[in-house]
Design a binder for this molecule. Structure first.
Ligand code: ATP
Ligand code: MG
Length: 554
């Protein structure tokens, strides 16, 4: 069951206070992605948080594309982001593009200039950096800082009309070069970029910087609580300065929380883009990718992701969440929901030597032992079967209860079957097992004559449907955090992250549709691949194995 909004957190406390004090009548949150890549699991956290807070307090949530950097942005990303947010189960109240506010932002910059709170600076990016100072050393004022208001208005207008080249001039806020907060040392608020924008085309050649644009966007939309990740905590004084000095009517409040990091998982668009561009993966939606598109194609459900995001809650301190926690919520969501059937990933032929040739009988099998409502199906059983190579060892170690010469096991939903003879090829590989079945032991007849320790899955060979299975390991090894350890993260790409196997599923899986999910008994949860699967030959992505020792701490 999905439980909405069970956990309390410090953001809810702030909102409750603001509503009770009458500061706001209704809250407005926003999810503000930059359309420069696909969304990832970290964004899911921010999406869930923003939308569910608004839901809980009867507020509104906007989806706003923070598209103020023309160079990296693209409509492909805009479309994918909309799709992903919807798929996660959320509906925005309004859809906005920050670029629609370029005129308004320009006017607000003029307000600053006219108040003597912004100036056009001719220093290069390098020089600005040098002048900025450090945590222990105050900054040095720009020689252009005392230009007159008239001069600044004139130069800014000429920046806008395209008179200058990229980097030749910038507009800077005039705040305090000796502020202990480096963000307040006359930050750049507009830069020149002669570059076509995905939304505004060539209308503009100056673009606002994030720290200037974001508070204005929030204020224009009447966002009350502007939730962002912790690295912006030091930018909050600048956020408040922009809202105040630009004389915005609304007073949005920035609130920071710790970003989501997951073990063995890259949550940086820049790095994910590198994996795509350098073809380490099959696109942004490769099932190994931690993008929303990737985990969707892998087979994760929106419910499992939302439950995961709720469980981890919101904190003020960064931490790394175990990837197994996400897997836990997936299993919880799927275990009673999807049909359980049999699949053989690495086939080994079994001949039941005492079963009549040409005979086929139908056996009853439950579709999900945890959910009777999913009903039963009939599966064929005859003289030739497949089992998984992993369920047979010629010389087994102790406590191996599956098939080996002389041992008897239960074939799930069928009979007790004993291995009598091993057939090998010229190279000594086991290619076939000759077994016998005991008709007395038929499943469902209440047979109590004797017990066997192992139960294995199987598929009738003459009714098996060929299928491809894709098994995944983490794409990146040892990716604990975003912190750079000096190594190029591409060195940590796991060369064995994809294993492709050719095996069989039950015949009744013919025609399964993309994104249909199954539990393959004893093997794992699988999803029908949206790109490669066909009616004749399903391609199945393993979402997650069946078991884990992971427990949620209560
Ligand atoms: P990236 O570093 O991957 O490019 P970003 O923060 O630049 O991420 P944006 O598109 O600007 O990406 O992010 C949109 C929103 O999602 C922001 O409010 C941001 O704080 C939030 N967000 C991004 N990554 C995470 C994360 N790992 N955990 C929680 N929130 C995140
Ligand atoms: Mg960003």
């Amino acid at each position: 069951m999905e439980e909405n909004n069970v956990k309390s957190n410090f953001i809810k406390n702030i909102i409750t206070e603001d509503l009770e004090s009458g500061k706001h009548k209704q809250i407005v949150t926003r999810f503000p992605p930059e359309p420069n890549g696909y969304l990832h699991i970290g964004h899911a956290k921010s999406i869930t948080l923003n939308f569910e807070l608004a839901d809980e307090f009867n507020g509104k949530t906007n989806l706003r594309f923070d598209d103020t950097n023309p160079v990296k942005e693209d409509t492909e990303y805009v479309e994918s982001i909309k799709e992903d947010v919807k798929w996660l189960g959320f509906d925005w109240d309004a859809l906005y593009f920050a670029s629609d506010y370029f005129d308004e932002m320009y006017k607000r910059a003029l307000v600053l200039i006219k108040k003597g709170k912004a100036f056009v600076c001719d220093l290069t990016a390098e020089e600005i950096r040098e002048h900025r100072g450090t945590l222990t050393k105050p900054g040095v004022e720009s020689p252009y800082r005392n230009r007159t208001i008239e001069e600044n208005l004139d130069l800014f207008e000429r920046m806008r009309s395209g008179e200058f080249k990229d980097g030749e001039k910038v507009l800077r806020a005039k705040i305090d070069m000796s502020s202990p907060n480096i963000n307040m040392r006359d930050p750049v608020i507009y830069r020149i970029a002669h570059s076509t924008h995905h939304n505004t085309g060539d209308k503009w050649c100056i673009y606002p910087m994030y720290d200037f644009a974001h508070p204005i966007e929030d204020a224009i939309e009447g966002v009350t609580h502007s939730i962002c990740t912790l690295e912006f905590e030091d930018h909050r004084p600048l956020y408040d300065w922009v809202v105040r000095e630009c004389e915005m009517e609304a007073q949005p409040r920035q609130i920071e929380f710790a970003r989501l990091n997951v073990t063995n998982t890259v949550t940086s668009k820049r790095k994910l883009k590198k994996l795509v561009d350098e073809k380490f993966v099959d696109g942004w939606d490769d099932p190994r990718m931690p993008t929303i598109a990737g985990i969707r194609r892998r087979g994760y459900t929106p419910e499992s992701i939302r439950n995961f995001c709720r469980e981890i809650g919101v904190a003020k301190a960064s931490s790394v969440v175990d990837e197994q926690m996400l897997e836990h919520f997936l299993r919880e969501d799927l275990k009673a929901k999807v049909p359980a059937t049999m699949a053989v990933l690495r086939p080994l032929k079994v001949i039941i030597t005492n079963y009549p040739e040409g005979k086929v009988e139908m056996l009853e099998a439950e579709n999900n032992s945890e959910n009777e409502a999913l009903g039963v199906r009939q599966i064929p059983f005859s003289r030739e079967l497949y089992i998984d190579q992993e369920d047979f060892i010629e010389n087994p170690p102790k406590k191996y209860f599956r098939l080996f010469p002389g041992n008897e096991v239960r074939f799930k939903n069928a009979y007790f079957i004993k291995c009598n003879e091993v057939v090998k090829d010229d190279d000594g590989n086991v290619v076939e097992l000759h077994c016998t079945y005991d008709p007395e032991t038929k499943c469902g007849t209440g047979f109590t004559g004797r017990k066997v320790k192992g139960t294995i899955h199987w598929i009738d060979a003459s009714h098996a449907l060929p299928a491809e299975f894709r098994l995944f390991q983490p794409l990146i090894l040892d990716e604990e955090s975003e912190e750079d350890d000096g190594k190029d993260f591409l060195d940590k790409v796991n060369p064995n992250s994809l294993e492709v196997l050719q095996g069989f599923v039950e015949e009744n899986m013919k025609g399964v549709k993309p994104q249909e999910k199954f539990q393959f008994i004893r093997v794992g949860y699988f999803n029908v691949d949206a790109k490669y699967s066909t009616d004749e030959k399903p391609v199945l992505n393993r979402i997650v194995s069946l078991k884990s020792s992971f427990k949620i701490k209560k």
